[in-house]
Ligand binder design. Structure first.
Ligand SMILES: Nc1ncnc2c1ncn2[C@@H]1O[C@H](COP(=O)(O)OP(=O)(O)OP(=O)(O)O)[C@@H](O)[C@H]1O
Ligand SMILES: [Mg+2]
Length: 426
């Protein structure tokens, strides 16, 4: 059994790194892909080292990594980390060219004057990025994971303006070495809301995040020494059933490897059951968080989840739905909920991270995949349908970041990556 737990795509990572470092820097790259398909892991473990190998600097902020912090502070922390990591190198450079005392520490201290570390704002980020570029003399790749969170707070929103100004400075000023911004996330609607509306000046190109493919499935088969009946077609179906989540497929495959022969059913049945069980566990914590909700909060969550756009509405039809559902959940509710009731519910649900609130005044389901889980659990059965509401298309209509060259299915993990960048303007 192969003991490594991570399937690597070194050529793909190198290719992406190459395009990020040497491609035109003016446009933001928006990389979108659904939940749990391995975006953050691939970026952190493979793309970032590949970028560094090419000599560029990386500033990476994971806005879901530190959910208790304001997104603006997460960005500031990421810049600080880059300063810390490069301070001694910058000092050596300075020493080599006969300068003294121009390390980042001095710069940081100058800006820290009267400014508590956690209150550092846009100007500090702007100046620090300028110093990083000037002293290190290399391009910077700024990666913001779950970038839609920038819209969740006023300070995050204003940090987006700072990052835009920083980009313009680093890309246009002589003596600076440019910055390329990459926004990633699982929520296409929110990211597009951010890039296509309020922050259009970012001028983004959007791509589908490269999902794991046939070579990963072959690796899984070898790793778990699966029986021959777990052929290519079955593994492909199971991966689809697992919503392209590597963790779900791998856990199910392990179960088949360990207990498959004792289950008394075909490998296909056992596999399906294993995937379904594992997938149900993904959403369990959220569904559990719904148990103690007030009937009105519960009703708002269900109505929003049943709405294809997953945006909380206040139109009269939606207000009617809140009323119907809350009365179904609690017959004691003998009045129509008012707008204020709904707004307060949305606030409570946002605090519980079941809902996403934004500076745009819009509330949406925090995780759109929760809607599917709620539907499967039968929680949306009591929400009457509004005729004519259409579910939006999934990610399939988006171009791939790297288009694989022909015959991808027969390629090894080494060459599955060769391809070209195919941008679509947002
Ligand atoms: N190449 C890989 N090989 C094996 N396991 C992987 C691979 N990539 C990701 N995983 C596993 O899948 C799980 C989800 O990965 P990750 O968090 O990177 O996905 P994501 O797309 O960023 O998810 P989210 O939408 O929740 O942010 C993790 O447990 C990770 O270890
Ligand atoms: Mg992630």
């Amino acid at each position: 059994m192969d003991l490594s737990d991570h399937f690597e795509r070194p050529r793909l990572a190198a290719d992406i790194a190459q395009k990020l470092v040497h491609g035109p820097a003016s446009k933001v790259i928006a990389l979108m892909g659904s939940r749990g398909i391995g975006k953050s892991t691939f970026l952190r473990q493979e793309v970032v080292p590949a970028i560094r190998k090419l000599g560029a600097l990386v500033v990476m902020a994971d806005l879901w990594g530190e959910t208790e912090k304001d997104p603006a502070d997460v960005v500031t922390g990421a810049v600080q980390k880059a300063l810390d990591a490069n301070e001694s190198i910058a000092a050596r450079f300075a020493h080599a060219v006969g300068l003294k005392g121009v390390g980042f520490g001095g710069l940081s201290l100058a800006f820290d004057h009267g400014e508590a570390r956690e209150k550092r704002g846009g100007l500090w980020v702007y100046r620090s990025m300028e110093a990083l570029s000037a002293r290190m003399r290399r391009p910077i790749i700024l990666i913001i994971d779950e970038a839609q969170q920038m819209l969740a707070t006023e300070r995050g929103d204003s940090m987006l303006y700072t990052l835009k100004a920083t980009r313009d400075l680093l890309n246009n000023e002589r003596g600076l070495y440019g910055v390329r911004t990459v926004f990633t996330g699982s929520d296409r609607t929110k990211l597009l809301m951010m890039l296509g509306g309020r922050h259009t000046m970012y001028s983004a190109s959007q791509f589908a995040f490269p999902e794991l493919g046939a070579d990963f499935l072959q690796w899984v088969r070898r790793k778990y020494e699966l029986p021959p009946s777990a052929d290519d077609a079955l593994l492909e179906r199971m991966f689809q059933r697992a919503e392209s989540r590597p963790e779900v497929l791998m856990d199910a495959a392990l179960r088949i490897a360990l207990y498959g022969q004792f289950e008394g059913v075909s490998v296909r049945h056992a596999f399906e059951r294993a995937v379904d069980l594992r997938l149900a566990r993904v959403h369990q914590p959220f569904l559990k968080a719904m148990d103690p909700l007030d009937p009105i909060d519960d009703a708002v969550l269900r109505v929003v989840a049943a709405n294809p756009s997953t945006i909380a509405g206040f139109d009269s039809r939606t207000m009617g739905l809140y009323r119907t559902v809350v009365q179904e959940l609690d017959p004691e509710w003998n009045r129509a909920p008012k707008r204020r009731d709904i707004e307060q519910s949305l606030k409570r649900l946002t605090a519980l991270k079941l809902m996403w609130g934004s500076v745009l005044g819009i509330h949406m389901l925090a995780d759109p995949t929760l809607a599917g889980a709620m539907r499967r659990a039968g929680l949306l059965d009591i929400v009457p349908e509004i005729p004519g509401r259409q579910w939006p298309d999934a990610d399939e209509d988006m171009d791939a970041f790297i288009v694989p060259s022909s015959g991808a299915a027969s390629q090894t993990s080494e060459d599955a990556s060769s391809g070209r960048l195919a941008p679509v303007d947002a």
